[in-house]
Design a protein around this ligand. Structure first.
Ligand code: WTA
Length: 651
């Protein structure tokens, strides 16, 4: 990576940048005084604050109370009846945006579609009718395994419209991963594609679904969008083409009002055990949270062209592709494929072609673009951009400065948004019209977010001292449960400090209150902005016939943020070989998905363990990071293991 990423001699990683007068003047929040006033109200009078925000949206019946809170259970907008899909789609047609582009879509091979809000309403209505005709009802769970086609968003919105609970599984996950999620969510239907495009080759989505469905008893219907046109097996009675189930359906559908706490979706994410957690989000609070954060953090306005490069399989794609932008009635770009297909200028080409004004991406992508070279950016006119965002992992100053200068032309504020699958919406972020920004900090809490950094005793850490990041008050888009497991929900998120949500991240505040995220405190890896559990990867490794034991740790990586390093002890009689390493990498890919394939595998005769048999990952982490272990190793059952491993990692 280039060291000096910026041309401007004035700006470096310690510079604090204020938005231009022009930007502030037109922004929704124009000054720090306004932010502070609104923030104070949101904390001291949350009911007043959130009721005012919620009034922008359509409620079939108004709420009786804004918040009922008995930790860790929140009820937001209790007594209300609403339809989230109606708010994303119908409302805009009613308000005169019928002919406005809702989604401008580009497929990886270059095919294009523009879908107006009126067309989206017709497509969503047709699909909602089709789901009902297939016997899918409110509260049924529906698994969506799609590439980035508009149909993915249409499927999500149609589920929301009929009150079915969608569970989107990222297209990069394997058949095994789909199976686990199908079993946990007890899905009655799957929506997928024949295949998807990725960097010029195809991903066999339907085939993966078929494999996942072997032995499944709950799924009655599989709806398949024809994207590529490849040959797929269709099981009679179960599998139906999207076009066939929709073609005779009416293009109108009355959106029923659901209770405020009606489940909206489950999204599985990694934690510190081998089993992914089904994070449950509900309707009204999530809607208000994603609406409000999109409005203020992305400063969304009527004529913006917004583009978030995430995949709908992740929370960012839920909150800032499907829900937040559509709730705000903006035009958004949706792109199907890889950032470097056919070449490294694909993103910049899209920004220029459609006049994108707000661009939201991940630090890992930015670092990959830096590596690919400025010539790809220089070919394009990016002057339509007015605001940039990042999400998913800490952004290093060099990447931030390059993004600011090279993509933002030195004029666009960057909103570094910290949040999680669990939080549903962005929690810590600058507001672009007022907050001074600086590389590496997500700055200040969003409205209603009461954040603190605590030490082990529950005291607030002094400035610049890292501690655990907690949220002290409930917020509308917060998770409501780990699907079907209230105990795990309580234990994971609400048991470190009474009544507070523990995020699992370490953080520190500087003297001005700017928050710097230090990284995960638990055994969760962040690989290219994707969240993966070490335990998941370990359990997939030990499921291989040759493996006795495995320990997985992260190693800092120039582009991916973190790389996956595995220490594997083989069963006796198994001979280590390069071919076996390749086999194990592919095996993890098969069990979890290509995103979890280890970057390196070390065969270790033994792993560092305490006398009680606990693997000391902390030591392995230090070892892969520095090549050495400085901490106390006297508690190890066999301290000699460290010397062995030091030699092994050099090989
Ligand atoms: C990390 C993604 C630093 C963090 C929306 C968090 C970040 C995890 C940032 C959640 C950021 C997310 N700066 N770290 N701006 N945003 N993270 O659930 O460790 O996929 O806990 O949600 O990503 O990942 P998840």
């Amino acid at each position: 990576m280039k060291k000096k990423a910026t041309k401007s001699p004035k700006i470096n990683e310690n510079t604090e940048l204020k938005p231009s007068k022009e930007f502030s003047k037109n922004a929704r929040v124009k000054s720090m005084a306004q932010y502070k006033r609104m923030y104070k109200e949101s904390i001291e009078k949350p009911n007043t604050f959130w009721a005012r925000e919620a009034k922008d949206l359509k409620w079939q019946k108004k709420w009786d109370s804004v918040l009922q809170w008995k930790a860790p259970n929140a009820k937001w907008f209790s007594g209300a009846k609403l339809n989230v899909c109606e708010n994303c789609v119908d409302r805009h047609v009613e308000e005169g945006r019928g002919n406005k582009a809702a989604i401008i879509w580009e497929g990886e091979p270059g095919d294009k579609r523009v879908i107006t809000y009126r067309q989206l309403l017709r497509d969503v209505s047709r699909f909602a009718n089709a789901l009902t005709a297939q016997g899918i009802k409110a509260k049924d769970s529906v698994l969506i395994y799609m590439p980035m086609t508009p149909e993915a968003t249409i499927a999500m919105l149609a589920c929301a419209r009929i009150g079915a609970v969608h569970s989107v599984v990222f297209g990069g996950f394997s058949a095994e991963s789909i199976k686990d999620r199908l079993d946990d969510s007890k899905a009655v239907a799957v929506i997928t594609c024949d295949a998807g495009w990725r960097r010029g080759s195809t991903v066999p989505l339907k085939e993966n679904v078929d494999n996942a469905l072997k032995g499944n008893k709950t799924v009655k219907t599989v709806i398949v969008q024809k994207r590529i046109g490849n040959e797929v097996k269709m099981k009679r009675g179960r599998d139906k083409w999207w076009d066939d189930v929709t073609k005779d359906m009416p293009a109108t559908h009355k959106p029923k009002g659901f209770n405020a706490e009606h489940p909206l979706f489950i999204l599985y994410t990694s934690g510190s055990t081998g089993k992914p957690k089904g994070i449950l989000h509900t309707s009204a609070g999530y809607m208000v949270g994603t609406y409000t954060t999109s409005k203020y953090i992305f400063d969304m306005k009527e004529d913006d062209v917004y583009w978030c490069t995430a995949d709908v399989g992740w929370i960012t794609g839920h909150s800032y592709i499907t829900y937040g932008p559509l709730l705000n009635g903006v035009t958004q770009i949706m792109y199907e494929g890889a950032p470097n297909y056919p070449d490294w200028d694909r993103f910049w080409n899209i920004i220029e072609e459609y006049g994108v004004s707000i661009f939201y991406t991940a630090p890992t992508a930015i670092r990959a673009f830096i590596k690919a070279g400025d010539q790809h950016v220089d070919k394009h006119d990016l002057s339509s951009l007015r605001l940039l965002g990042t999400v998913g992992e800490p952004i290093n100053p060099a990447a931030w400065l390059w993004y600011h200068e090279k993509i933002g032309g030195g004029r666009c504020p960057i909103v570094d948004t910290w949040w999680q699958t669990e939080t549903g919406a962005a929690m810590i972020s600058p507001l672009p019209g007022c907050t001074p920004i600086k590389p590496g900090t997500a700055t200040l809490p969003f409205f209603g977010v009461d954040v603190a950094i605590l030490d082990e005793n529950g005291n607030e850490c002094k400035p610049n001292t890292p501690g655990k990041l907690v949220i002290k008050k409930p917020w509308p888009s917060m998770l409501r449960n780990i699907y079907g497991d209230k105990k795990r929900y309580k234990d994971t998120y609400w048991s470190d400090y009474k009544g507070y949500y523990t995020a699992g991240d370490g953080a520190l505040k500087d003297k001005k209150g700017n928050i710097y995220i230090v990284g995960r405190l638990d055994d969760v890896l962040n690989v290219s902005g994707h969240r993966l559990g070490t335990a998941e990867i370990e359990s997939s490794l030990v499921a291989h016939k040759s493996v006795a034991e495995a320990a997985v740790v992260a190693k800092p990586h120039e582009v991916k943020g973190e790389a996956i390093v595995c220490f594997v002890t083989l069963k006796t009689n198994i001979t280590p070989s390069p071919a076996l390493k390749t086999e194990l990498r592919n095996h993890v890919g098969k069990i979890i998905g290509a995103i979890a394939k280890p970057d390196s595998i070390h065969f270790a005769p033994a792993l560092p363990k305490t006398r009680s048999g606990k693997i000391m990952r902390r030591l392995l982490k230090e070892l892969v990071k520095t090549g050495n272990v400085t901490g106390n190793i006297t508690t190890l059952e066999d301290p000699n293991v460290i010397e062995q491993l030091k030699n092994i990692i050099k090989e």
